[in-house]
Design a protein around this ligand. Structure first.
Ligand SMILES: Cc1cc2nc3c(=O)[nH]c(=O)nc-3n(C[C@H](O)[C@H](O)[C@H](O)COP(=O)(O)OP(=O)(O)OC[C@H]3O[C@@H](n4cnc5c(N)ncnc54)[C@H](O)[C@@H]3O)c2cc1C
Length: 303
């Protein structure tokens, strides 16, 4: 890691919020639903679909989780008039997982029920490993009641993921597969980049072969190529998988994938609770701070 990157990673949490906001603005569509809709429309013009995420996580009080649930319900109510696809992503701890699993399940269930009524879809994001079992239980319970209307996430960083992929593949679950952003202890997670990459390809193969619909969520061009090889090897049609990328990350790769005739969904986060998400994205790629400086000097930002 370069000295510059190490410096940025260490000092980020000390940086004033306006500085974080400036450098992370490419990752967040704005604070309002209207700003998010404008981003989704712009992406549609580029041939991409989207999933909307109302930023927030780790709430400690029931009222906060209920407020997040109500915000999702209001957003889903507003989506038909906005003329965009009812596809949203949410975090279990934002909906109360750390307070009580049943409470969280009921909150997410109401959101999925509303989305299902619109012919939509709800992705349950995966957070750190202490939440994995509970998240999968919540997902399975809701997926049984609303088949085809919800999906969950697996992280190839986790040692358990191949087994989870086999089990969820057998259930034909809708899975987003990613590397995983959370720092995990070595007993539960791989640390080597190449092992995480190979575990990604293995889990992808298991899921696709079993008939799961997979959102292949990566900006790692090596993994994109490997995933395309798996897709070709299994003879899949473009409607049996999709690629997924985060807003603000590698728009050129996004264009290449879309140009290849593959479905690509962009994760579009918005809202007032932008701080933890923004810090995670900047720590993941501190060079963006340098790119942000260059973009600032050039007076433009390609998102
Ligand atoms: C749609 C989507 C949803 C996700 N949902 C979850 C989830 O529910 N749970 C979870 O734990 N993780 C989630 N992630 C994050 C994921 O686990 C990884 O942390 C993230 O995608 C980086 O891994 P990578 O595969 O892109 O490979 P990397 O090797 O990290 O990145 C490959 C290349 O992508 C570019 N890049 C990567 N990140 C950035 C960045 N922040 N800024 C600028 N360029 C960057 C760089 O050029 C880098 O070299 C999600 C990712 C995506 C794309």
């Amino acid at each position: 890691m370069s000295l510059f990157n190490a410096f940025v990673r260490t000092t980020l949490p000390l940086a004033p919020r306006p500085i974080i906001r400036f450098f992370a603005r490419r990752y967040v569509a704005g604070t309002t639903f209207e700003q998010a809709v404008a981003t989704v429309r712009r992406l549609a013009g580029q041939g991409c679909c989207a999933t909307l995420d109302v930023l927030g996580e780790s709430v400690a009080e029931r009222a906060q989780a209920e407020a997040a649930r109500d915000e999702y319900l209001r957003m889903l109510d507003a989506i038909p008039a906005a003329g965009i696809e009812p596809n949203v992503s949410l975090k279990p701890t934002q909906l109360g997982l750390a307070i009580d699993e049943g409470f969280c399940r009921d909150n997410i269930s109401r959101i999925v029920e509303k989305a299902a009524g619109l012919g939509g879809f709800v992705r349950i994001d995966m957070e750190d490993s202490p939440t994995t079992d509970a998240t999968l239980r919540v997902f399975r319970d809701i997926a049984a009641r609303f088949p085809g209307r919800t999906g969950v996430v697996l992280q190839s960083r986790l040692r358990r993921t191949l087994a989870d992929a086999a089990a969820l593949g057998a259930e034909r679950a809708n899975i987003r597969l990613c590397k995983g952003i959370y720092l995990e202890p070595r007993p539960v997670a791989y640390e080597e980049r190449d092992i995480i990459r190979n575990a990604f390809v293995s889990a992808l193969r298991v899921l696709l072969r079993a008939g799961s619909y997979v959102g292949i969520a990566t900006h790692d061009e090596w993994l994109v190529e490997q995933s395309l090889a798996v897709v070709a090897d299994l003879g899949l049609r473009p409607d049996q998988y999709e690629f997924q990328m985060l807003l603000g990350v590698d728009p050129e790769l996004r264009r290449i994938i879309v140009g290849g005739g593959h479905r690509l969904r962009v994760y579009v986060p918005f809202g007032t609770h932008w701080y933890p998400y923004s810090v995670r994205r900047l720590r993941e790629n501190p060079t963006i701070v340098r790119a942000g400086l260059e973009g600032f000097l050039r007076g433009r930002l390609d998102t």
